[in-house]
Ligand binder design. Structure first.
Ligand SMILES: [Zn+2]
Length: 619
C-alpha cells in the first residue's frame, strides 16, 4: 500500500516560490489579460443601448462572446493554479519572502482581469432577456447561465463601467491590503505559553488541551499577544467595514441597499432565508446553552469559561489518563475517517485515503504556519488540497474530516465545466459538516462502552455549542460593528464591550466570562473579500443535518441524491437546490426547526451520558 503523507507536494505546478516559471506564467497572464481587455472593449459602447439592440446584431456579438469565453477560461485556469500555489506556500510559511511579494502581485493581476471583463459583465446585466436566451442556447456558453442570471439580480445597483473598474482597481491596495496586514500579523505574532514561545497556530491547538490550566494559559497568551496589536486590528476592521459601507452607499443610487444584501447575494440566499435561520436559532439558543452546561458537568466545571470551549472530551480515566493519552497518528486519522466515509459510499472512503497517498494534504506543524484550516484546489488539473495543523487531537481529526468533506464536494464536480463548480459558502459548508457528521456517527456506533460513547457524543455537544452560540455571536457582533461604523471610527475600547455584549446576547449565563478580544483573535472578521463570513457555517450545519436525516427515507438512493445535490450547488441558489432535490422551502421556519430538533436530540443523548457517568462515579 502506498504511504500516507502528511506534507503536501505541489511540485508538479511549480518548484517553489522562486521558480522562474512563476515569472513567465504571470507575464503570459498579463499579456493574455491585455488581449481579453481589447476583446471586451467593444461592449463599452453597447451598454447605453444594450436593452434595445437589433436582433440582427446578435449573431456577431454571440460569436465574439464565444471567443472571449475561451480566453477567460484559459486565464482563469492558469491564474487559479499560480494563486493556489503561492497561497499554499504562505500557509506553511507565512514569512516566505518571495511568496509574500507574489501575493499582492497576484491580487493585482486578479483585479486587472476583473477590470478587463467589466464592460462585458455590465453589458450582460443590462442586455435584453432575448439576447441572453440566444446566448445561453450556445452549448459552450451554457456554463455561464447561473452566473449571468445571478449577476442580473444586481441590475439596480450596478455602476458605470469606469466606476466599477475604479472600485476594483482601488480595492487591491485599499481593501485587500488591510486583509493582508491581518494575515501578516497572525503569522508573525508569538505567544508565551507555560514558559514556551510558540506561534499562534500552535497556541490555538493548546487551547484544546486536556489540561484546564494549559487551556487557560494558552487562551490568555493568545489574548495578550493580540492585545499588543489591538489598535492595528481596530484599524483593519474600521477600514474594511468603512470601505464596504461606502461602496454600499454608492450602489444605493436606485434603491437603498442594506449591508446584508451583498452578503446574501454572495451566499446565494434570500434575506427571508437568513432571517428564518437566525430567528429560529435564537429561539432555540437554549439547546446550545444546555450542551455547554452538560460539557461543564462532564468536565466537573461549575461554569464553562471561554478557554473551555475547545476542551477535549474528558477521558474515561480522568485528567491523568487524558494527559498521558497518546495522540492519534495522522495515518490512523485518515483510516478512521475513510472507514466512516465508506458507510455512505466506498468511493468517498477511497478518496480520503487517496488524498493522503497523493500528498494533497498538509498537516505537519511548521514554525511560521498560519492558523486555521481550509480546502482549496488547483484548477488544471482539478485537484483539491487541504491545509490544517494536525497534532493528533480529536478536534484535529474532526477538522480533517471537515476539510475532506469539502475536497469530496470538489471531487464529485470535477467533470463539470469550471463555471458550474463555483458554489457559495452556505452550500460549501454543507458538504464539510456532512462529512463530520458521518465520522461522528460511525465513531458513536463503534463505541464499546458508555464512557467511549460520551467521548464521541461530546463532539456533537461541542458542535451544538459552536454553531448555535458562537457563530451567531459573531454574526451579532458584525451587525453591531457595521451599525457603529456608520456613525464613525470604532476604537478598540468600544470593540471590546461590543464583542462581550454580542456573546452575552447568545451565551447568556452559560459562560463565566466573554471573550472581548475575539474581534482581534478571530481572523474571520478581517477577511477583506467577504463580509459576514460566519453565518454560512450555521446554515451549513443545520442544512446538512437536515439532509443527513433523510438517509433512512431514501435508503440506497440516498447517495445518488446527495451527489446530485452537491453537483447542483454551482448552478442554483440555495432555495432552488433544496426545492429541487428535497422539495422543501428553506425560507420557512419549519425547515430550520426540524434541523434544530435533530440537534436537540443529540444534546439530550449527551446529557444522559453525562448523567450516567456522574452516577457511575458516585456509586
Ligand atoms: Zn468549511
Amino acid at each position: 500500500m502506498p504511504q500516507l503523507r502528511q506534507t503536501w507536494d505541489n511540485q508538479q505546478f511549480f518548484r517553489g516560490s522562486d521558480d522562474p516559471a512563476i515569472v513567465t506564467t504571470i507575464e503570459q497572464l498579463q499579456a493574455d489579460i491585455a488581449k481579453l481587455e481589447a476583446s471586451c472593449r467593444i461592449f463599452s459602447d453597447l451598454i447605453a443601448t444594450a436593452d434595445r439592440l437589433p436582433e440582427s446584431d446578435f449573431p456577431d456579438l454571440i460569436s465574439k462572446l464565444k471567443q472571449i469565453h475561451g480566453q477567460e477560461i484559459s486565464i482563469l485556469e492558469r491564474l487559479g493554479n499560480v494563486r493556489t500555489f503561492i497561497s499554499s506556500i504562505l500557509s506553511v510559511d507565512s514569512q516566505d519572502a518571495q511568496a509574500n511579494t507574489w501575493m499582492p502581485k497576484l491580487q493585482q493581476v486578479g483585479a486587472t482581469l476583473s477590470q478587463a471583463s467589466t464592460p462585458l459583465d455590465v453589458f450582460l446585466v443590462r442586455v435584453s432577456d432575448g439576447f441572453i436566451t440566444q446566448l445561453l442556447a450556445e452549448p459552450e456558453l451554457e456554463e455561464r447561465s447561473f452566473s449571468i442570471s445571478h449577476a442580473r439580480r444586481l441590475k439596480d445597483q450596478l455602476l458605470s463601467v469606469s466606476e466599477e473598474k475604479l472600485i476594483t482597481g482601488l480595492g487591491v491596495t485599499g481593501l485587500q491590503g488591510w486583509g493582508n496586514l491581518y494575515d501578516d500579523l497572525a503569522g508573525s505574532l508569538k505567544c508565551e505559553v507555560e514558559g514556551e514561545t510558540v506561534g499562534l497556530a500552535k497556541a490555538a491547538n493548546l487551547v484544546s488541551s486536556a489540561n484546564r490550566e494549559t487551556r487557560e494559559a494558552a487562551w490568555t497568551a493568545i489574548r495578550s499577544a493580540w492585545s499588543t496589536r489591538e489598535d492595528s486590528v481596530a484599524s483593519i476592521l474600521n477600514a474594511i467595514n468603512g470601505w464596504r459601507l461606502e461602496e454600499t452607499a454608492q450602489r444605493s443610487h436606485i434603491r437603498e441597499l442594506h449591508y446584508l444584501d451583498k452578503s446574501c447575494h454572495q451566499s446565494r440566499i434570500e434575506r427571508e432565508t437568513l432571517n428564518a435561520l437566525m430567528d429560529q436559532t435564537y429561539e432555540h439558543r437554549s439547546i446550545g446553552q444546555r450542551a455547554l452546561k452538560a460539557m461543564g458537568d462532564a468536565l466537573k466545571i461549575k461554569q464553562m469559561a471561554p478557554w473551555d470551549l475547545f476542551a477535549p472530551a474528558p477521558s474515561a480515566g480522568g485528567e491523568e489518563a487524558a494527559k498521558s493519552q497518546t495522540a492519534i497518528p495522522f495515518e490512523d486519522a485518515i483510516q478512521l475517517i475513510a472507514k466512516a466515509f465508506s458507510r455512505l459510499t466506498p468511493a468517498m472512503g477511497d478518496f480520503a485515503v487517496m488524498m493522503a497517498e497523493k500528498g494533497w494534504i498538509d498537516g505537519a506543524p511548521t514554525p511560521n504556519r498560519t492558523t486555521g484550516a481550509y480546502c482549496t484546489s488547483f484548477r488544471s488539473p482539478r485537484e483539491p488540497r487541504i491545509f490544517l495543523t494536525y497534532e493528533g487531537t480529536m478536534n484535529n481529526v474532526m477538522t480533517l474530516a471537515h476539510e475532506l468533506g469539502h475536497a469530496w464536494h470538489n471531487w464529485v464536480m470535477r467533470d463539470l465545466p469550471m463555471m458550474k463548480t463555483w458554489y457559495s459558502m452556505t452550500l460549501a459548508e454543507t458538504a464539510s459538516i456532512f462529512a463530520e457528521t458521518l465520522v461522528r456517527d460511525a465513531l458513536l456506533k463503534e463505541a464499546k462502552d458508555p464512557s467511549q460513547q460520551l467521548e464521541i457524543a461530546w463532539q456533537n455537544a461541542d458542535s451544538a455549542a459552536v454553531f448555535l452560540l458562537n457563530i451567531p455571536a459573531r454574526f451579532e457582533f458584525e451587525k453591531r460593528l457595521v451599525e457603529a461604523r456608520k456613525q464613525g471610527y470604532v476604537i478598540a475600547d468600544k470593540l471590546k464591550p461590543m464583542m462581550a455584549g454580542s456573546w452575552q446576547h447568545w451565551y447568556e449565563d452559560s459562560l463565566s466570562e466573554y471573550d472581548d478580544l475575539f474581534w482581534a483573535s478571530k481572523l474571520h472578521f478581517s477577511i477583506a473579500s467577504l463580509g459576514f463570513y460566519n453565518y454560512p457555517y450555521l446554515f451549513g450545519y443545520l442544512f446538512s443535518l437536515g439532509i443527513y436525516a433523510q438517509q433512512e427515507k431514501y435508503g440506497i438512493d440516498f447517495n445518488n441524491l446527495y451527489t446530485e445535490l452537491l453537483r447542483g450547488t454551482g448552478s442554483m441558489t440555495a432555495e432552488e437546490v433544496v426545492m429541487l432535490h428535497l422539495q422543501q422551502d428553506i425560507r420557512k421556519p419549519q425547515f430550520w426547526q426540524d434541523s434544530l430538533m435533530i440537534v436537540d436530540d443529540s444534546v439530550k443523548q449527551f446529557e444522559q451520558l453525562v448523567a450516567q457517568q456522574g452516577a457511575r462515579q458516585t456509586a
